[in-house]
Design a binder for this molecule. Structure first.
Ligand code: HEC
Ligand code: HEC
Length: 402
């Protein structure tokens, strides 16, 4: 009796493993043959979705709270590059957020549908270590950065909705977006994988795009690698000591950066630890005036909040891959990093909300009086923030054939 029981247990186990093995073999065809053939008519997608998680953690701690869902991020990638989601069929998110320019645009202001010009410079999405770890209250509670130069969007889905419905960008209603997605044959297999059924809705579209955008991150610049090599010494040393793998000029630029720029743009190029928030997270210095104009036409955050202390202030951007995302500032007024450095050196304009860090003790705009060597060193340091690997990463590239 007992022997019989053991025997059937054994047989059961053998059958169980055989079933698993069959499943495993079945899994090899991730999409059904018909679905993959359909997808392949339009898209260059791998047979098994890419892993969108950021592989090597940066020297600066937590980068992705949860790894992105590969099916959802794959769907988001296709939506991100799909021109069918615009009024005239010519514009996708990727038209103004180009991978080779760190997901920014090389035009001062981008063109939207029907050649309409926008008002501001596209923001380089690859200017951060990890989108997910820095943006959006959905992930970060009240400490998450908000979206756009004027911080008007709170979450990635809200941001996407803003871009898709903006008359100067894609100019669609969300109902039109849903209809446009339903009209493309390649979405059914992708929705099936991401959501288990093929129903298209506004929430699903924005959720998928958010998953893709949130998977963007950059942490293999020379600065990261050097910081990682010095990691055990702690942030203080990373900020203050020269990196052995930097040139003398780059190290000089690093010291100048930490002295004149780091308080706003971050010492670690990850976050802006200027104060500690209620739950122990650093509060982000998210917007201020860097003195571009005495009387700016674009009121930035102030136009959104209506508060006098916000007038003429803009988001403080992260500077990763900055050498790739010219032109610079919210209106794309500077074409080179040299011009940017000259602005901070000699061009700061008085403005009621000019940040105190850019003022002398008497309140007037600060003049750094940098030598030519200093200016070149600063630019050399900014170039160490380029991550060539991510700029060519196939996971973030345009999947459309044609
Ligand atoms: C016509 C050009 C254009 C298109 C199309 C476009 N964007 Fe943008 N994007 C911009 C510009 C310009 C800004 C900055 C606008 C502002 O701050 O007012 C921006 C800002 C953003 C930001 C904010 C980044 C930050 O750091 O605050 C994100 C995220 C973004 N876009 C993602 C997308 C997505 C996703 C799509 C597609 C659904 C998209 N964009 C479509 C031009 C465009
Ligand atoms: C007081 C805070 C502050 C300091 C200090 C500061 N910046 Fe900025 N920086 C800003 C703000 C705010 C913006 C966005 C301004 C805008 O576009 O209106 C900006 C924008 C930039 C940009 C353009 C980014 C882009 O994506 O277009 C670069 C490059 C830059 N700063 C470099 C520097 C350098 C180099 C220094 C040191 C010499 C420095 N900043 C010092 C606040 C600061």
């Amino acid at each position: 009796m007992k022997k019989n029981f053991l025997f059937s247990l054994l047989l059961g186990l053998v059958l169980f493993f055989a079933a698993c093995k069959k499943d495993a073999k079945f899994d090899y065809y991730y999409y059904s043959a018909e679905d993959y053939a359909l997808l392949s008519q339009y898209l260059n997608l791998p047979e098994i979705p890419h892993d969108f998680s950021l592989k090597s953690p940066s020297a600066f701690g937590n980068i992705q709270t949860t790894p992105p869902d590969p099916d959802l991020a794959t769907l988001g990638r296709v939506l991100f590059y799909d021109k069918n989601l615009s009024k005239d069929g010519t514009i996708s998110c990727g038209s103004c957020h180009k991978q080779e320019y760190a997901f920014g645009d090389n035009a001062a202001v981008s063109k939207g549908v029907f050649d309409r010009s926008g008002d501001r410079n596209s923001i380089a999405l690859m200017s951060v270590t990890s989108f997910a770890s820095q943006y959006g209250t959905d992930l970060n509670g009240p400490t998450g950065k908000r979206f756009f130069w004027d911080n008007r969007a709170e979450t990635a889905p809200a941001q996407s909705r803003g871009s898709m419905t903006n008359p100067k960008e894609m100019d669609m209603s969300m109902a039109e977006i849903v209809a446009a997605v339903e009209a493309q044959p390649y979405y059914a297999p992708l929705f099936k994988k991401a959501f288990d059924d093929t129903n298209v809705s506004e929430d699903r579209v924005t959720q998928a795009i958010a998953e893709f955008v949130n998977s963007i991150g950059s942490l293999n610049s020379r600065f990261d690698l050097a910081a990682k090599a010095n990691q055990d010494k702690g942030l203080f040393d990373v900020v203050n000591l020269p990196f052995s793998d930097f040139s003398v000029q780059e190290n000089k630029g690093k010291s100048l950066y930490m002295l004149h720029c780091g308080s706003c743009h971050g010492f670690d190029q990850v976050n802006l630890p200027t104060a500690t928030g209620p739950n122990g997270f650093p509060i982000v210095l998210d917007h201020t005036s860097n003195g571009l104009d005495a009387d700016p036409v674009d009121k930035g955050v102030g136009a959104f909040t209506g508060r006098s202390e916000d007038q003429g202030t803009f988001k403080v951007p992260s500077l990763r891959n900055i050498a790739k995302s010219a032109p610079y500032m919210h209106d794309g007024r500077f074409n080179t990093l040299e011009e940017v450095v000259e602005h901070y050196n000699s061009g700061i304009q008085p403005h009621v909300n000019l940040n105190p860090l850019l003022r002398d003790l008497d309140g007037s705009p600060k003049r750094l009086n940098l030598s030519n060597d200093d200016k070149q060193a600063l630019v050399a340091f900014l170039k160490t923030l380029t991550d060539d690997k991510v700029l060519a990463d196939v996971r973030f590239s345009n999947p459309f054939k044609q």
